[in-house]
Design a protein around this ligand. Sequence first.
Ligand code: NOJ
Length: 548
Amino acid sequence: MSRPAPAGFTWWQAGVIYQIYPRSYADTDGDGVGDLPGITGRLDHLQRLGVDAIWLSPIYPSPMLDFGYDVTDHTGIDPLFGDLARFDTLIAEAHQRGLRVLMDFIPNHTSDRHPWFTAARSGRHDPYRDWYLWADPAADGGPPNNWRSVFGGPAWTLDGESGQYFYHAYLPQQPDLNWRNRAVRAAQLDIMRTWLDRGVDGFRIDAFRHLLKDDQLRDNPPKPQWRVGMAPYDALLPEHTADHPDIGDLVALIRAVIDNHPAPRGAAAPGDRVLIGELYLPIERLMRYYGPAGAGLHLPSNMHLIDTPWQAERVGALIDAYEAALPAGAWPNWVSGNHDRSRIATRVGPAQARVAAMLLLTLRGTPTLYYGEEIGMHDVPIPSELVQDPYERRVAGVGLGRDPERTPMQWTADPGAGFCAPHSRPWLPLAEDAAVVNVATQNGQEDSMVTLYQRLLALRRAVPALSVGSYSPLQAAGDVLAYVREHQSQRIVVALNLSDRPRTVALSGISRGRILLSTDPHRPTRQLAGTVILGPDQGVIIDEAMTS
Ligand code: NOJ
């Protein structure tokens, strides 16, 4: 059973979600690619870490051109990862440890080898034709309009047989489904029910902002700020291809499945499941996905920490803007990294990664951790001959490839890092520091990253003010970000030094307090009346209500 949340809150509000990229977690069959038994075998680590749920990036049968985001069978498991029996074991073992399991749900597109697309492609009059998006060529024979693929190049590919173009927000091998077609909707909602029947506790919905496109196929306008060297996709504003005004209807449909479909034993009850939407959108537009009166997605993912410069003023302003925009009753969430973005330790540096961990785990809202953050994994440069990511291949040289943040998890100091057998060749190279930066070496070490994460997560669980308390800003200037979390009689202050020089924080009104946790166990934090002196790269959590 999952751990109880403070009264009045659900597990996914009080809890912490941990993203696993299955290819890179743990390989048990010697092929250099992670698998389901590998994940099951590492649940003890997750339990010790103290997270509440795992989100699995896709494990469905797939040609793996986009590493599983190109699905050929939505209700199966790719043999690379295991089979349904192994999946059931993973769910059972996770539930037994109080860990929830979330699946990646990929409604926007399928693989071009999916039987639906094979049928759709077979002729203009095939019943499946309308399951995808087709259009006649423009007058010059070229694509119907200027829409671009997120992965670079036109978003339309000509199907020579029928003489029509089909639309794909991503690779040409990932044709977009037509969500205006009722049969598509019904089929996709059934897929969700199938996984709920197997005991999953919720979904992370992939590429959600792309689900509906303009039915008049109007051109997207140019984006004035775009410069050569930026992502080619960003040359246009996705006005007619993303965040469509009618998308709310689909949110309601999906939410209804989550709320009404019965749950098997051990899984989250219908009212207790979680729906996360992958949404790279400006804050105001993100809010729409909570739905009217909270009837939409539970957690429209807030990716803004990833792109915000690591400066106290900027991060503070982001938190204020996000908190202010949340509709009544909407629950916040924070993401510091994922399999599509550079790792936090690379973005802010190893010393500040500890401060970032404290930020992520003490902000108001559900945090999502990305595997490997708990040991401070960084991006690994991938030599061109080893590049796997199709995005990197299509936009080479722009530095957008995603392989660096997808390298194998580092478990032990052994060759293979405990990810795979020493003689196996991992699908992406291991980090050069894997013999030092790994779970086994860091476990039990006073000043290691994993110890810091374990303590942060334990504290979050023990102190409801940190998991569900209110948020009020104290300072976002002079390299210091400080704020208060309050719940009932608890008042907790978090003070973070975002620089590598000592900083003084004036905490007026705080005359007594006890440091509950410091990012640096060796550096004593001096407390003066109403003032805290933070060492370089130091963050502290102070309990105000207790005497020192
Ligand atoms: C978003 C996923 O996170 C990314 O990895 C994938 O390439 C695209 N959606 C397409 O599914």
